[in-house]
Design a protein around this ligand. Sequence first.
Ligand code: GRF
Length: 209
Amino acid sequence: MSGRKRISVFASGFGSNLQALIDYNKKDDLGGDIVLVFSNNSGARALERARKNNIKAVFFDSEKFNTREDYDLEILKLLKSERIDLIVLAGYMYLLTPFIINGFKNKILNIHPALLPSFKGTHSIQEAFDYGVKISGVTVHFVDEMLDHGPIVIQEALNIGAEDTLQELEEKIHKIEHRIYPKAVKYFCKGELLIEGNKTKILKSKPER
Ligand code: GRF
């Protein structure tokens, strides 16, 4: 791996993780540039954030495609034409088909607001809270064909206090996300991640903080 990576962020909603990546790249260096933000939702705030930062923002309407595969093939064309090296999923709520997952094998990162393999799916923070776990956290992982699955890059845990509200837990989780996602993306862009089976080695471990 060499040179600056061309990154595409996929987001369906608010885009606070996208914003954290953009902000990080302004004061520090991800080792790559976010050149494309893609969404399946025309109203995604993430698209606005992209435009505000002069990043190409693209929406495809899934209803105009017969199948998910057709949809992903169109995205693949876009990714190829933009010479994308890395896909960063940041709240992308539309399942990827194997066309993209295999086309970008070991080149797709996802962030999940729980300690995988616990609390997979879309309501992880709420579910962890309702379950009453005393420790939860955030996982950044490579994406494979299974849901919320693939070699883990970074995990960070946090304690849930008896008095914590769901809202407080959400805020703490998002704060961790915004700190560790740029770190994981940077590891990738600098060529510091080595996948061996289901494990990811960070080649040049640097102090975390
Ligand atoms: C984050 O909690 C992320 O972990 C999950 O979706 C949420 C996206 O939030 N995959 P935002 O759109 O980045 O604010």
